[in-house]
Design a protein around this ligand. Structure first.
Ligand SMILES: [Zn+2]
Length: 387
């Protein structure tokens, strides 16, 4: 099989082209003079690069209107549907997959009934089958897809394509699967991708530079962004706040330790500790909304522990925002005010009061969209954004 490796490298030859493309994408429509001024480039340099980008299909030039009667400058327009990207989030029981255009708009999406439980080979096969069918139905030529980004629940070394799944003894070598698909592949941890998506198109876009994205699902992970850069740490394992201890000799965590934050604030932790036996999160929050005493007490205890961990993060990193994402983002609006009060009260002696809590507007899609962003990073000059 021919693998369309480094497609973006072939399409975009130099950094000036990336900078120009990024600018036109943000502006949607602009002129050569504006590009030259913004990027401090000469008009001939802008003109030659615009021609190459137009040939590659990213841009279109058209005659503009000039009310002064002079020769109108050509309008440079970004073509968001000139290329596409694929994002996928592999979970234990299922796999979400999305095809987006260059503006991150969804053109196809599916939940595949195959997850890691069935093995990576089965997941890749199911993805390949769905992609073949979808791009045929959409009449997309394969070379219009720039790559496939993978969101994975585990520690990810994006360069060696190795993954340390939670509590596994060894690193999993993904590189043996990379040629199974026709396109270049990119990997990243799911919480890190949630943070990327929030920074690029979510509520932190153009507003914040330091954020912590809390992914609260079956486990609890965090993506840490410092000065617009993802902070991954020496072994790519930064942000594992779920395994910091919040209770001495507390509940047993999946990692084997006692009292980890995850054992109190993950979705299963909320469900399984319900008085009288396990209850689904959706039901617990319905009862909480109705003000039923047992549910209110249970959620109040949950808020207490959530606040403890968020306070620790706040004291260590002092970010612009801490964003609640993952499955818990579906319910967090019900207790956001109470959690904010608990936090502000506990931080009052140390920190000036600030409203740092946010709920992900991208909800459970944040990580999937973040995965679709991975192949576009080199095209849009967003690379090298890991500290
Ligand atoms: Zn733990």
């Amino acid at each position: 099989m021919i693998v369309l490796q480094d497609l973006s490298q072939k399409l975009i030859k130099n950094s000036n082209q990336r900078r120009i493309l990024s600018l036109v994408r943000q502006a949607k429509k602009t002129t050569k003079a504006e590009i030259a001024k913004c990027l401090k480039l000469s008009i001939p340099t802008v003109t030659s690069n615009i021609t190459l980008l137009e040939e590659a299909g990213f841009l279109r030039q058209s005659e503009g209107a000039d009310s002064t009667g002079g020769r109108p400058p050509a309008v440079i327009e970004f073509l968001g549907d000139s290329y596409y990207s694929v994002g996928t989030e592999i979970k234990w029981e299922s796999t979400d997959i999305i095809i987006t255009d260059l503006n991150y708009c969804c053109v196809a999406r599916q939940e595949l009934a195959v997850g890691l439980k069935a093995g990576m080979g089965s997941v890749i096969q199911a993805m390949e089958d769905w992609l073949e069918r979808s791009i045929a139905a959409l009449q997309l030529p394969a070379e219009k897809i720039l790559g496939v980004g993978f969101s994975l629940h585990g520690i990810v070394d994006e360069e060696s394509l190795c993954i340390k799944f939670p509590f596994a003894d060894r690193w999993f070598d993904f590189s043996r699967y990379k040629n199974r698909l026709k396109w270049p592949v990119f990997l990243e941890n799911e919480a890190n991708l949630g943070a990327k998506a929030e920074l690029e198109i979510g509520l932190a876009a153009r507003e914040a530079h330091d954020i912590v994205f809390l992914s609260i699902n079956q486990g609890v992970g965090a993506g840490v962004v410092i000065s617009d850069h993802l902070y991954k740490g020496r072994s790519s394992g930064a942000g594992e706040f779920g395994h910091t201890v919040v209770q001495n000799q507390g509940r047993r965590c999946r990692c084997g330790m006692l009292g980890c934050w995850e054992a109190y604030v993950s979705v299963p932790a909320l469900e399984e500790s319900y008085p009288g036996g396990r209850r689904p999160a959706a039901e617990i929050f319905e009862s909480y909304e109705r003000g039923e005493a047992a549910a209110v007490r249970h959620v109040d205890e949950y808020i207490h522990f959530l606040g403890l961990g968020i306070r620790n993060i706040m004291l260590i990193l002092d970010p612009d925002y801490i964003i609640i994402g993952g499955e818990m983002s579906l319910y967090a609006h019900l207790f956001q005010d109470k959690l904010s009060s608990v936090l502000q009260e506990s931080l009052r002696p140390i920190h000036p009061l600030r409203h740092i809590l946010r709920i992900s507007g991208l909800k459970q899609e944040a990580s999937l969209l973040g995965a679709a962003m991975l192949p576009l990073e080199s095209v849009f000059n967003l690379n090298n954004r890991i500290l």
